[in-house]
Design a protein around this ligand. Structure first.
Ligand SMILES: Nc1ncnc2c1ncn2[C@@H]1O[C@H](COP(=O)(O)OP(=O)(O)O)[C@@H](O)[C@H]1O
Ligand SMILES: [Mg+2]
Length: 374
């Protein structure tokens, strides 16, 4: 077997929030520990971001998908170039891409499964523009192995946090948890919406992309009856492994929910923010505490920067559980997923299986990702 060496990798990630392309130059060691050397949050040009939201809305053509695959690839390449101009070329690039559709349902036509996922940001464009080898398209192999193609970050969480009894909770557009413990195999699942419904409502009622520092939510009051009603959604009751996305929590879904909302927009923001925290806490009660004594919850992703989410989480989680963020472990909340995709890319490079079947539901361990040479 090839001797493993540490590698410098630029990892690229843009999540369902579509707030920025997170690009990080990382050094991954043979033990799969990872050091972030430098990270940037590279904003999409506004017209590209608007077009991606058009793709999300379903109001787009195949032509739009085709054009945007290359345009997003160019944006990802630009994010890389910003790092390369300062630090030089990495050994290779690991790109998650931009998810535009994720369909984890095993629906069949004539016995042909329609389970699928689509991340755009053409790897050949990134390879040609940067002169680097690109590893990309991680989710497809897991789906092909019978999984749901998500969550994939659990693999890195297991490497970094094994030995603790902890829920490692990412709060991006969607929120997902990895449960690491001394006595059980690592498992994980999507708990439900993270910032997605909050961002949607901030845009609708305030014309802003998000609730900066949770100020609006903290100024409002939670409408308990509406929150109870939102908590009834069947997704929260489904057993893991499970994964979700914008295809389920659609604008129409949110608009239907808003029909029963309180009148004051501050109260709406407060309640949907409480929903994120409460769905996390209740998922733990249903699916984690019966088997595992969690001692700490470690939050990451953009939601870690929303004090209202953190306040509600503190209120809903059992008192004996320590609530921390990744920063407490020297890992940036902002670049945690980037670092995880650096580790996933490292494994692809060395042919090391990098999915966790207990998290994705895959039948077996596989090497995720495809390699594009420049
Ligand atoms: N200072 C902040 N205050 C409140 N919310 C924040 C703050 N910073 C980031 N966020 C939230 O985090 C989201 C981005 O989180 P991120 O982890 O990048 O998600 P994704 O992986 O879906 O892109 C933003 O859309 C916003 O809702
Ligand atoms: Mg993001």
């Amino acid at each position: 077997m090839e001797e493993l060496e540490s590698k410098k990798i630029i990892a690229l990630m843009s999540g369902t929030s579509c707030d920025s392309i997170d690009a990080g130059l990382c050094e991954v060691m043979p033990d799969l520990s990872c050091r972030l050397i430098s990270g940037i949050n590279y904003k999409y040009p506004e017209h590209i971001r608007a077009k991606i939201f058009q793709l999300f809305s379903g109001n787009a053509s195949v032509k739009d998908v085709c054009l945007m695959n290359f345009a997003v690839g160019r944006c990802f390449a630009d994010a890389c170039k910003a790092l390369i101009s300062e630090f030089g070329k990495p050994d290779f690039i690991s790109s998650h891409g931009q998810t535009i559709y994720h369909y984890p349902f095993d629906e069949k036509i004539d016995n042909i499964s329609l389970k699928s996922t689509l991340q755009i940001g053409e790897s050949s464009v990134i390879a040609q523009e940067t002169g680097c080898t690109v590893i990309s398209n991680f989710r497809e192999a897991d789906i092909s192995a019978g999984g749901q193609g998500a969550p994939l970050v659990c693999f890195a969480d297991e490497k970094w946090f094994k030995g603790k009894n902890a829920a490692v909770q990412n709060i991006g557009g969607i929120a997902n948890v990895t449960v690491v413990s001394k006595g059980h195999d690592t498992f994980g699942f999507d708990t439900g919406p993270g910032n997605m419904i909050i961002d949607y409502c901030m845009n609708k009622f305030y014309g802003k992309p998000y609730d900066q520092d949770g100020k609006i939510a903290l100024a409002g009051n939670v409408c308990e009856s509406w929150l109870d009603c939102l908590m009834q959604d069947e997704y929260y009751y489904k057993n893991p492994p499970k994964t979700t996305g914008r295809e389920y929590f659609t604008p129409l879904y949110i608009e239907n929910a808003l029909k029963f909302a309180p009148e004051n927009p501050e109260d709406i923001i407060a309640t949907v923010t409480a929903l994120t925290a409460k769905t996390i806490a209740s998922a733990y009660e249903r699916f984690i505490y019966p088997d595992i004594d969690i001692e700490e919850v470690i939050i990451g992703g953009g939601g870690a920067y929303n004090p209202a989410i953190m306040k509600f989480l503190r209120a809903y989680l059992p008192k004996h559980i320590n609530l921390k963020t990744h920063e407490d472990y020297g890992i940036s909340n902002n670049f945690k997923e980037v670092m995880a995709f650096a580790v996933l890319g490292y494994c692809t490079y060395y042919n090391i299986p990098n999915n966790l079947p207990a998290c994705t539901g895959a039948k077996n361990r596989v090497v995720l990702g495809k390699v594009t040479n420049c």
